[in-house]
Design a protein around this ligand. Structure first.
Ligand SMILES: Cc1cc2nc3c(=O)[nH]c(=O)nc-3n(C[C@H](O)[C@H](O)[C@H](O)COP(=O)(O)O)c2cc1C
Length: 219
C-alpha cells in the first residue's frame, strides 16, 4: 500500500541568476579529457562524484549503474591492452587518409588518469520492479548514461576532467571484472586534472568532427 507524504511548497526562484549562469558555464566548459596531470584527486572529491551519480534519475528509481574504482595497475594494464586491440580494429573501417588522421587522435587516458572507474549496467535489477522498462529495456543503459553525465558535470565543477572510453571490447571487460551475467559493460572513465582547458571539443579543434547545429524539429 503506497501512502502519499506531505511535500514541501515549491519555490519558483530557488536559484539565483548567478547560480544559473554558473550551471551553464559548467555545461560549456565540460570537456571529454584525455590528457591528465599526475596530481592525485583528493578522496573527498571522489566521494562527491559518487554522490553526484546517486542524484541521477533512473528508470523506476532502479539505479542500475555498478561502478568499480580501478586502482589495480595490472587491471589498468589489461584495460589498456583491450583498448589497443579495439582501437586497431576500429582503424580498419577507414580509408588510408582517414585511418592516418584517426591514429593521430588520443582516444583514452588510461595510462595517465589518476582515478579510473569501470561502469557497468545491471540489465536485470530488482530495484524499480521493472517500472518503465517493459517497452524500452535500454532505459537501464540510458539511466547509467544519466548518472555518468551527473558525474561529468560535478567533476567539471571541481575543475576535474573526465574522459569516457568506449573503444573497448565489452565481453572482455565483463570477463576481466568477473561481473554477474546480467551486468553489461557501459563506460570506462578516466578522471583527473586536465592539462588543457577549452570551451570546444578536441575533435572539433582537430578537424575530425566540427560541432554541428542540433536544431529542434517543429511539428
Ligand atoms: C557515449 C560516449 C562514448 C565516448 N567514447 C569515447 C571514446 O572511446 N574515446 C574518446 O576519445 N572519446 C569518447 N567520447 C567523447 C566524445 O568524443 C566527446 O564527447 C565529443 O567529441 C565531444 O567533445 P566534448 O565532450 O569535449 O564536448 C565518448 C562520448 C560519449 C558520449
Amino acid at each position: 500500500m503506497l501512502t502519499i507524504i506531505a511535500l514541501r511548497p515549491y519555490i519558483k526562484m530557488h536559484f539565483s541568476q548567478f547560480d544559473c549562469q554558473t550551471l551553464f558555464n559548467i555545461f560549456q566548459w565540460r570537456r571529454d579529457v584525455r590528457h591528465f596531470l599526475e596530481d592525485q584527486v583528493p578522496n573527498n572529491i571522489i566521494k562527491k562524484l559518487q554522490q553526484a551519480m546517486a542524484y541521477a534519475p533512473s528508470v523506476g528509481n532502479s539505479r542500475p549503474w555498478r561502478v568499480f574504482n580501478v586502482s589495480s595497475q595490472p587491471i589498468r594494464k589489461q584495460v589498456f591492452s583491450n583498448f589497443e586491440r579495439a582501437n586497431k580494429q576500429a582503424t580498419r573501417q577507414y580509408d588510408t587518409q582517414q585511418a592516418e588522421d584517426y591514429q593521430r587522435l588520443k582516444l583514452e587516458g588510461i595510462l595517465s588518469a589518476p582515478v579510473q572507474l569501470a561502469v557497468f549496467t545491471d540489465t536485470n535489477p530488482t530495484a524499480g520492479h521493472g517500472l518503465g522498462r517493459q517497452t524500452i529495456p535500454f532505459a537501464l543503459d540510458q539511466s547509467t548514461a544519466m548518472a555518468v553525465q551527473n558525474l561529468n558535470l560535478a567533476a567539471r565543477a571541481y575543475g576535474l576532467g573526465v574522459g569516457m572510453v568506449t573503444i573497448l571490447e565489452p565481453k572482455e571487460m565483463e570477463t576481466l571484472f568477473k561481473v554477474p551475467p546480467a551486468w553489461r559493460f557501459s563506460f570506462y572513465l578516466c578522471i583527473g586534472w586536465p592539462k588543457f582547458s577549452s570551451d570546444l571539443p578536441l575533435l572539433h579543434t582537430l578537424d575530425w568532427q566540427k560541432n554541428q547545429e542540433t536544431e529542434w524539429l517543429e511539428i
